[in-house]
Write a protein that binds this ligand. Structure first.
Ligand SMILES: [Fe+2]
Ligand SMILES: [Fe+2]
Length: 174
């Protein structure tokens, strides 16, 4: 067993974040499934890969906690919503979720600064940047409803757009 290299407060915050990322992976999985049965094939693929992404975030933090001798805790997750009014409200819910995650990550950065914990500060930098991208992604998607419309043809266009983005993110990084 290695000595714990982070504060108890930092450990708790990181473990809370493990749960938030687990909630996110489940939430996006439920969204993907809803899209699939509703006939939004592109959106389904998009959210299935979004769910995978959140799992990799969760794993990053689990490994970090264990590397720091802090021991990751895997706890129960919240049951995600099983149905949505529309694709637009679903994406709004996704954005809200990302905004909450951003807040939690910024709080962790503040703890790492107070602790003068340079390792965790550096570790969190990736997440800070990732959240900027995540929020922008969903904000841009929400704009599409204003730009293209909300009728059946418009939603079909947005679904195709999501399909293209899902394949783009599924390709291995160069
Ligand atoms: Fe995440
Ligand atoms: Fe995310």
């Amino acid at each position: 067993m290695i000595r714990m290299k982070i504060s108890a407060k930092m450990k708790k915050a990181l473990n809370d974040q493990v749960r938030l990322e687990a909630d996110a992976t489940n939430n996006y999985l439920a969204m993907a499934s809803w899209c699939e049965v509703t006939g939004y094939e592109g959106a389904a693929n998009y959210f299935y890969s979004q769910s995978d992404e959140e799992r990799t975030h969760m794993l990053k933090i689990v490994h970090y906690l264990n590397d720091m001798g802090a021991i990751a805790t895997i706890s129960a997750t919240k049951a995600p919503a099983t149905s949505h009014k529309s694709l637009e409200t679903l994406i709004k819910a996704a954005l809200k979720n990302e905004q909450a995650v951003t807040k939690a990550i910024h709080k962790m950065v503040e703890i790492s600064q107070r602790d003068k914990d340079h390792s965790t500060y550096a570790f969190l930098e990736w997440f800070v940047n990732e959240q900027v991208q995540e929020e922008t992604k969903f904000e841009t998607l929400l704009q599409k409803f204003d730009l293209i419309g909300r009728d059946k043809l418009a939603i079909n266009e947005i679904d195709k757009l999501l399909a293209a983005q899902a394949t783009a993110s599924a390709e291995p990084a160069a």
